[in-house]
Write a protein that binds this ligand. Structure first.
Ligand SMILES: [Zn+2]
Length: 109
């Protein structure tokens, strides 16, 4: 009854499932080796819960930010889907555009 009203807000971020689970050296892959374990892959002190984009399994509890996994690929222990943070592919495309534009500026015949 006298419970404090300030409940810490938790952000639930649904990750984006990668169709073709291709991983490169630049993209660290996080998967659970011991399938006997249960629960999230990571625990942290933050307020963002990252869930599998396919089965909504809780992959990371308490991430500092929703995008704190950066470009890592999280393999869901429940359904084995490969997850990445939403929007990362869009960002990669924009970087490519900037690389195209840069040499053009110094292209003085
Ligand atoms: Zn899953």
């Amino acid at each position: 009854m006298g419970k404090c009203a300030t409940v810490p807000s938790v952000i639930v971020e649904r990750l984006q499932v990668i169709r073709d689970c291709v991983t490169t050296a630049e993209r660290p892959v996080v998967r659970r080796r011991d399938n006997r374990l249960v629960g999230p892959l990571f625990f942290g002190p933050g307020q963002a819960d990252l869930i599998c984009g396919d089965c909504t399994f809780l992959l990371v509890r308490g991430a500092p930010r929703a995008d704190s996994i950066k470009d890592a690929v999280l393999v869901c222990p429940n359904c084995e889907a490969c997850n990445e943070r939403p929007g990362i592919s869009v960002h990669a495309a924009r970087v490519g555009d900037e690389e195209d534009a840069a040499p053009a500026a110094g292209n003085g015949a």
